[in-house]
Design a protein around this ligand. Structure first.
Ligand SMILES: [Zn+2]
Ligand SMILES: [Zn+2]
Length: 111
């Protein structure tokens, strides 16, 4: 039992498919998420991107590409974007919530 991730879910494998511009995550429960990079970046949770919005907002960005991925503690992933932006921390439960597969309800434009 992990106290860091209330859902108990965590990525077991994270792959960046550069040519498809997709980030694929295999979860500890066997689920797979495939995030389009534009979609992922558009949900950047950092204060710079979110401003003073009272609820998380979708930025609808295009042409995003990924330069690196790092683990943050045991609870989140940090993506470094090719424009140098690296202040967004995607907690595992949020990432899973945003899963764009059909079973999870497709891409979300609002939460
Ligand atoms: Zn940001
Ligand atoms: Zn899903």
């Amino acid at each position: 039992m992990s106290e860091m991730t209330p859902t108990g879910l965590e990525p077991v494998e994270v792959r960046h498919h550069r040519s498809r511009r997709v980030l694929a995550i295999d979860w500890s429960d066997g689920h797979r998420s495939e995030f389009a990079l534009d979609y992922l970046r558009s949900w950047c949770p950092c204060a710079g991107c979110q401003g003073h919005a009272p609820v998380p907002r979708y930025l609808d960005l295009v042409g995003q590409s990924l330069a690196g991925i790092e683990s943050v503690g045991n609870y989140a992933l940090m993506f470094r974007w090719s424009d140098g932006h690296d202040t967004g921390i995607w907690a595992y439960p949020r990432l899973r919530e945003l899963c764009p597969c059909e079973a999870c309800g497709g891409e979300k434009r609002e939460l």
